[in-house]
Design a protein around this ligand. Structure first.
Ligand SMILES: C[S@@+](CC[C@H](N)C(=O)[O-])C[C@H]1O[C@@H](n2cnc3c(N)ncnc32)[C@H](O)[C@@H]1O
Length: 406
């Protein structure tokens, strides 16, 4: 499949292989290598499996110093690096501005930092507590002919500081869930850290937090989101609802994005060898604005972001939508399908749609033959602001939100 960043990701694969081989004391074979040998696949897949178990299933590696183990760092580089890079390119596509000065915190070997560079970042600094990971990030920059500054950073250490200056974009890829332990007690220190970090974001800039799409890590992020919203911070994406996150109401719910991606062959081979699935990218994310910035003005209309996969029922199409009025089921009977509403049958998780003419039904909304369904922002694109000349009357899309903090 082809994405705007497919070619960029393809160019990174031989660099990752070259840097990994050099780190293991194995010289390159001359030209750029895009494949691992069968022996290498076996060796790296064992590390990938260990990382996957430790970071997703059992989670005993979360917050541990796995980046300082060469086998696990190598597995991270060849398998998770391309995943994080692609996730970051997807989410960076939703930002309102192209970032120039970027700081990537908890960078590891730099997938998010390089994604920001490739998305137009001018000066990028990668920061982590793992010296080994930062060394690989610098080696990758040298291999790519890019400039990347690196810096030691550990927010859990007393007196930890952030680099001088202000940034257009600060990113935190899959690191927040590794800070301050687990459970509800982690929310307050994480939110306090994000507040300190947001003070380093320029006006109009963003803090992007990306987390694994697991129930525990995603809900952890949603709790931090609520804490930040309660402190008065605005969410640029993906939320349009300004009240407490409705996905937290039921213990079994969480919220994540899922996107198709151009999976590199090396990742495919390693996934197969480690019995993992990476056919699509799944992540939870949050883009926050600095203090005293307003929530984004939305294009007029009754808007919902699709936050589920299609939930097919007998003769009917259904999704969960989340928008300025909250999280609601959206359903349409097959017999009501016509050219005004047929877009409803082909929606992706993350698309933002506008709908007209709905009827309340059960705990959701029923669409029918009068309903017009329009995609106002496909997944991965920002929701457009209202047209400048519009002096729009207040609509459910732009008016006060039920449950919104005053
Ligand atoms: C899962 S990796 C994410 C790497 C990269 N950002 C990405 O998105 O793929 C988590 C990173 O957080 C870093 N990390 C964990 N705890 C940390 C801490 N207390 N201080 C600084 N970095 C930390 C680890 O060293 C590791 O590089």
């Amino acid at each position: 499949m082809s994405n705007a960043y497919s070619k960029d990701l393809e160019r990174w694969m031989p660099r990752l292989i070259a840097v990994w081989r050099a780190s293991r004391g194995r010289g390159g074979g001359g030209g750029p290598e895009t494949r691992l040998t069968p022996q290498e696949v076996k060796e790296v897949a064992a590390g990938v499996r260990q990382l996957s178990l430790g970071l997703t299933r059992e989670r005993q590696l979360a917050g541990a110093r796995y980046m300082d183990d060469p086998k696990l760092l190598g597995a991270y580089l060849l398998f998770y690096w391309p995943v994080s890079y692609a996730q970051a390119r997807q989410v960076l596509g939703e930002l309102p501005n192209r970032p120039r000065q970027v700081l990537d915190l908890g960078s590891g070997p730099g997938p998010v930092a390089f994604a920001a560079l490739d998305a137009g970042g001018g000066q990028v600094t990668a920061a982590d507590r793992s010296k080994a990971a930062l060394t690989l990030a610098r080696n990758l920059a040298a291999e790519a002919g890019e400039a990347l500054a690196t810096r030691d950073w550990d927010p859990t250490k007393k007196g930890a500081t952030l680099p001088d200056g202000q940034f257009d974009l600060i990113t935190m890829g899959h690191v927040v869930n590794e800070l301050y332990g687990t459970g509800d007690a982690a929310t307050a220190p994480r939110a306090a850290l994000l507040e300190t970090i947001l003070a380093k974001v320029k006006r109009g800039g963003s803090l992007l937090v990306m987390e694994p799409a697991l129930r525990e890590t995603s809900r952890g992020l949603l709790h931090v989101r609520d804490a930040m919203v309660a402190k008065g911070y605005a969410v640029r994406a993906p939320c349009m609802y300004r009240g407490p996150c409705p996905a937290l109401v039921k213990e079994t719910d969480w919220c994540h994005a899922e996107r198709a991606w151009p999976m590199p062959r090396v990742v495919e081979e390693l996934a197969r060898a480690a019995s993992l699935h990476k056919e699509s990218l799944k992540m939870s994310y949050l883009v926050l604005a600095p203090k005293d910035e307003a929530w984004p003005e939305l294009t007029p209309g009754r808007l919902f972001r699709i936050v589920s996969e299609p939930l097919e029922g007998k003769g009917r199409h259904r999704y969960i939508g989340c928008g300025p009025e909250g999280r609601v089921g959206l359903a349409m009977q097959e017999r009501h399908r016509n050219e005004r509403n047929e877009r409803f049958l082909k929606l992706n998780r993350g698309d933002v749609i506008s709908v007209t003419e709905t009827e309340p039904k059960g705990d959701g909304l029923a669409l029918d033959e009068r309903t017009e369904v329009r995609v106002v922002a496909p997944a991965g694109k920002g929701v457009p602001p209202p047209p400048p000349e519009e002096d729009a009357p207040s609509s459910p899309g732009t008016g006060p939100r039920p449950g919104a903090p005053s």
